[in-house]
Design a protein. Structure first.
Length: 273
């Protein structure tokens, strides 16, 4: 556990808390089999003398929690159209929106948002909608780009109508519609590194900060603040907060887990009524 914890924190900034120990054996079993490694102890020994080759990267990928599903936290997704409409009211002059899903895992969150835009296509006609999903996991990003999911992954959170409308069945797998997939771009990125270029109108960083120690939560929020438009919004997970970690944000009344920039001097502020 010491070797695995040190490797994960060094590579990602995440801390392997005791609450995550129970899933380690299950997460590493496929890796051990593929490399012919007999036990976790043997894996730790190899990692300790490794020069940081591919085995380290594969181990980190296996340890990351890529838990996600379509329309996760339905209450949050039910509010997102209202939040986006409020932001768009300030963007009518340039008719463009940029949205960043930080820690997007295998893509279900940002694809769910793309579905909402497509369902209201008439409203967004002639708008430029830039949807970016980032995650530290190379494997997760590759799967997100492919847009190919199992029956189980599809049925988690996705109503049957959406499944039939936005996916094509390919045997026991489901392939996302090409037009929907082309709405979203993905890149591998660590939220503790410098943020993607440009300013974003909305940042979704849900159920990501809880894996970081306090100092790294503050760093992640600082990076998000530097990438967020002054009148943009940040949505965290239901169990996450900026309190005690950043003074760059303030609660945006009306929607749970939603924050706006807390400017040093008066500027136009986003309001969701």
């Amino acid at each position: 556990m010491r070797v695995l914890s040190s490797l994960l924190e060094a590579r990602t900034g995440q801390r392997l808390s005791e609450g995550r120990h129970w899933r380690i054996e299950m997460a590493l079993t496929p890796l051990l089999k593929s490399h012919g490694i007999a036990s976790g102890e043997e894996l730790a020994a190899r990692l300790s003398r490794s020069d940081g080759g591919s085995l380290c990267g594969e181990t980190v990928d296996a340890l990351l929690n890529n838990e996600t599903y379509f329309f996760r936290d339905s209450d949050a997704f039910s509010h997102l159209p209202k939040v986006i409409q409020a932001i768009a009211a300030y963007r009518e002059d340039r008719r463009s929106l940029r949205i960043w899903s930080a820690g997007c895992s295998t893509g279900q969150e940002i694809y769910s948002l793309a579905m909402q835009f497509r369902e209201n296509a008439a409203r967004w006609q002639d708008w430029s909608i830039d949807l970016l999903g980032t995650d530290i996991s190379r494997k997760a990003i590759a799967k997100a780009r492919a847009g190919n999911y199992s029956q189980f992954e599809i049925q988690r959170g996705l109503p049957a109508l959406h499944m039939l409308r936005w996916f094509d069945q390919q045997g026991d797998r489901w392939q996302i519609d090409d037009e929907l997939r082309q709405m979203v771009r993905f890149r591998q990125h660590n939220i503790l590194d410098a943020p993607p270029p440009g300013r974003f109108d909305l940042v979704l960083c849900r159920n990501v900060l809880l894996y970081f120690p306090a100092a790294n939560r503050s760093l992640a929020l600082e990076n998000i603040a530097s990438a967020l438009a002054p009148d943009g919004a940040l949505m965290l997970g239901a169990g996450e907060t900026v309190l005690g970690y950043s003074e760059r944000f303030e609660i945006l009344p009306g929607v749970r887990s939603l924050y706006r920039q807390a400017p040093a001097e008066p500027v136009r502020k986003l309001s969701v009524g």
